[in-house]
Design a protein around this ligand. Structure first.
Ligand code: H79
Length: 447
């Protein structure tokens, strides 16, 4: 009896394990679905630091780090509270600007390293309710996002230069004694309670984007615990890899090993190649600063930003593009112009970005490629950055049968032929788009 049952039991055990495993992977895929489809989001860095606008006692290279880069004593920094009154702030307008740019989600600083909270928190007075403005900015934004079908997400700094229990202090801070400070209490009674507020009071949240995890007080164990805690608060929430200690510097991908985090976070850089099966998001500024700096005029061109979005999509990543609003509650004019230009491009070419996956070609001298599986066939989007003088572009050889080629703007059919193994697509003399024109190539099967 025993002999005959054992193999059956083992078989059943293996079967159950297989099913459990599969369903776990399905859950992850399902919860990442909207994010993988979205490809493009807006980062917003806003807080008290918008008031000095990058300038402190004659130096002008500051932004959201100003309290540390200008070594401002806590008491002095606290005085900014009385000046925070962004009367021009209009949540619907902000969300509309993101939506019109083709962005699908917004990640805003609920709290940056300075500790100031843009929301009404029960656990601190260092929040927007202590300013003359007295309006919960995150409430207004999350309502606006819900109304315009944009996913609301929070950037929440682990590092905190304001809370008395957070350790370590900055090495130049001599007026804030560490006696009695308790990092565990900071986590259990402050950080976690605020995360409960942020996931409890504003509807469904898409992403929790942690930062400041590199400090020596933040450990792998604390990262795992925080990840599990947040996932219990909202089970479908997506959490970046800066919750744990696995980030590889500014390059941002997660190191090998048992590190938590649903996606990698390259900062101010784009990986050389995509990494199959790995979710990642490049976050980047339009000029040199995250928070508003009125002296920073090193703006990337609209063409550069559009081509960066395409480059990232062609490597299977997301693009989180930053805006640093001014203290009056408006976006810098330069940011508005760039969002509009990107939006005009996305209105025509959005389908070549949303829900696409990485290029099947390793490199293309004239631009980039994104692709979409459509039933049994594959649609390739060929993004031509450098319009050729000889009226055609060449693709490396592949065996799939070619169905058709189109100029995407207007879906105008164009010629395509195979020659010496390569695929040659005919193009009109003039580029249809000044930034990046897209040619669609439909082929049989998968690539
Ligand atoms: O919120 C924006 C910046 O304020 C914040 N992240 C973006 C999204 C940021 N914090 N620090 N930095 C950017 C640059 C600091 C990098 C370093 Fe490190 C921290 C260098 C050494 C410690 C992390 C760990 C990167 C390299 C090693």
């Amino acid at each position: 009896m025993k002999k005959t049952l054992t193999p059956i039991l083992i078989f059943l055990l293996v079967l159950t394990y297989g099913c459990v495993n599969d369903s776990k992977e399905d859950d992850i895929a399902n919860r990442m679905d909207w994010w993988r489809e979205a490809r493009f989001g807006m980062f917003i860095h806003w807080g008290l630091y918008a008031i000095p606008a990058g300038e402190w006692e004659g130096t002008t290279n500051h932004a959201e780090w100003i309290r540390t880069t200008a070594q401002i004593p806590l008491e002095t920094y606290d005085e900014l509270l009385d000046q925070f009154n962004p009367v021009e702030f209009n949540a619907d307008q902000w969300v509309k600007m993101a939506k019109d740019a083709g962005m699908k989600y917004i990640v805003i600083t609920s709290k940056h390293h300075d500790g100031f909270c843009l929301f009404d928190s029960e656990y601190t007075d260092f929040d927007v309710m202590s300013t003359p403005f007295k309006r919960d900015i995150l409430k207004e934004l999350s309502d606006a996002c819900a109304g315009q079908d944009i996913v609301m997400c929070w950037y929440h700094s682990i590092m905190d230069w304001h809370h008395p229990d957070y350790l370590p202090r900055r090495n130049w801070e001599t007026d804030r004694p560490t006696e009695g400070a308790d990092m565990d209490r900071y986590i259990e009674e402050y950080l976690k309670n605020q995360l409960a507020e942020l996931t409890g009071n504003y509807g469904k949240i898409g992403v929790l984007w942690f930062d400041g995890e590199w400090e020596e007080t933040w450990t792998h164990e604390r990262g795992v615990d925080l990840y599990n805690y947040v996932r219990e608060l909202q089970e479908d929430i997506i959490i970046n890899n800066r919750v744990d200690k696995g980030r590889q510097g500014m390059q941002g991908m997660t190191k090998e090993g048992e590190f938590k985090g649903d996606f990698g976070t390259p900062e101010q850089e784009i990986p050389d190649t995509g990494l199959p099966g790995i979710d990642w998001e490049t976050c980047m500024t339009m000029n040199n600063h995250w928070g508003y700096n009125k002296y920073d005029d090193n703006w990337k061109s609209s063409e550069d930003l559009i081509q960066k979005l395409v480059d990232i999509a062609s490597k299977g990543g997301n693009f989180l593009l930053n805006v640093g609003p001014k203290a009056d509650g408006t976006f810098p004019e330069e940011s508005i112009e760039r969002l509009k230009a990107i939006g005009d491009w996305m209105a025509i070419y959005g389908e070549s970005i949303y829900g696409t996956s990485a290029s099947p070609f390793s490199s293309l001298e004239w631009g980039r490629c994104t692709k979409k599986q459509e039933g049994k066939n594959t649609r390739l989007y060929l993004h031509v950055f450098d319009w050729p003088g000889d009226n055609n572009i060449t693709l490396p050889a592949f065996d799939n049968k070619i169905i058709d080629a189109f100029i995407m703007d207007g879906m105008i059919k164009t010629g395509v032929e195979r020659k010496d193994g390569q695929i040659i697509i005919n193009l009109p003399a003039e580029a249809p788009d000044e930034y990046s024109s897209v040619i669609i190539l439909d082929v049989k099967g998968s690539l």
